[in-house]
Design a protein around this ligand. Structure first.
Ligand code: SF4
Length: 364
């Protein structure tokens, strides 16, 4: 079991603290599910734990709201059960997806077989909506929904909501927006083209720019996206992207498209305006850095925020998705999804966090 290790403030991490507390509760109660139940009451945020006991059992536990995915897989040839954060990992080792581990569920795998207990039942669930638009691999299945199919549907729903007139071509920002751009283009009968490609020789090409803490690094990653002049020159280009966080990437992409001759650039964004920090496991910037927070108030419409953001990043038009439309396209009730970074409703977290400034977060 994780635990029994020397605990000092210097070695402190949230996982280590949780493991220490779990060991303590287990010693006290003698039952893993009861220990997990007490532990979840001591924590705020999201978690997916896997741990190994001295007797050789493997446990997996998912937080009661189900913020992050956790799946159970099975390898038939060796009759081996396994857990992974996403089902795409199972195929890589020749296993198949059995099912999601449910929010608040504790699964035990041992030589005696597999067993399950609920250590908590909390409703509504709060599955991260951003997984469906951005984080998860397109081949993954979460809560019974294939990510690729969901992203394509998101594009189709956006096309019905924002049918941009007189556009010539739909271009995705690689890689996560591809299925949505395809869905958008097909729905409107527009041509879909790869007008932006990642520079395969760029050392940071595969990284996610909004997570990079320093502005210089974020710009370097964006330079790794290369426009194709032949696709966009003299055209009204609809760029489909999964989100606008700081606006850094979007501004850079629009600039490069104009440099190679795009006559008009409209942005269609699969995620609603991001105005609040995430306290459920995603390393977002501080609130003061979020472009939709800087240029929009809580009571303002997405259209108003989109109009202001478009001026700041140099786009002709910005269309943001909304939570109702996005939940329908994902195929899940809106109340079962987390949209906190857009709505600022932290109810499923159980607390209203005190936001930190950039300096407090990173010590810059
Ligand atoms: S706040 Fe946003 S990124 Fe964080 S879990 Fe909720 S939807 Fe996902």
């Amino acid at each position: 079991m994780v635990g029994g290790c020397t605990f000092t403030p210097q070695t402190m991490s949230d996982t280590l603290v949780a493991a220490q507390r779990l060991v303590m509760h287990l010693a006290d109660k003698g039952d893993m599910a009861e220990a997990m139940h007490i532990l979840k009451g001591e924590m705020v945020g999201s978690f997916c734990f896997t741990f190994l006991t001295d007797e050789g059992s493997v446990y997996a536990a998912r937080d009661p709201r189900g913020f992050r995915p956790l799946v159970l897989g099975h390898h038939r040839e060796t009759n081996t059960y396994m857990v992974a954060s996403e089902s795409c990992a199972l195929g890589a080792v020749g296993a198949h997806l059995e099912r999601d581990i449910e929010p608040g569920e504790l699964v035990k795998m041992s030589k005696g077989g597999i067993s399950s207990q609920q250590f908590a039942n909390e409703n509504p669930h709060a599955h991260c909506a951003f997984e469906y638009t951005y984080f998860a691999h397109p081949s993954s299945i979460m809560e019974g929904i294939n990510i690729y199919a969901a992203r394509k549907r998101i594009g189709q729903f956006l096309a019905k909501k924002f049918p941009i007139a007189n556009a010539d071509v739909v271009v995705p920002v690689p890689d996560s927006a591809r299925p949505a751009a395809l869905g958008y283009a097909q729905e409107l009968g527009l041509s879909f083209e790869e007008g932006l490609l990642k520079d395969r020789y760029s050392k940071k090409g595969s990284m996610r720019s909004f997570i990079e803490p320093y502005q210089s690094d974020r710009v370097e990653i964006n330079k790794g996206i290369i426009p194709i002049r032949e696709v966009v020159e003299d055209k009204h280009v609809i760029v489909v992207d999964d989100s606008i966080v700081r606006g850094t990437s979007s501004a850079e992409i629009i600039k490069t498209l104009r440099m190679v001759g795009a006559s008009k650039v409209s942005l269609v964004i699969t995620y609603p305006p991001i105005r609040y920090p995430c306290y459920a496991g995603i390393d977002f910037p501080s609130q003061e850095e979020l472009i939709a927070y800087q240029h929009g108030a809580a009571e303002e419409s997405n259209a108003t925020i989109g109009s202001r953001v478009s001026q700041v990043i140099g786009a002709d038009y910005v269309a943001y998705n909304d939570t109702v439309n996005l939940a329908k396209a994902i195929g899940m009730p809106e109340e079962e999804l987390c949209f906190t970074c857009s709505t600022g409703n932290y109810a499923t977290l159980g607390i209203r966090p005190a936001f930190k400034s950039r300096i407090q977060m990173k010590g810059e």
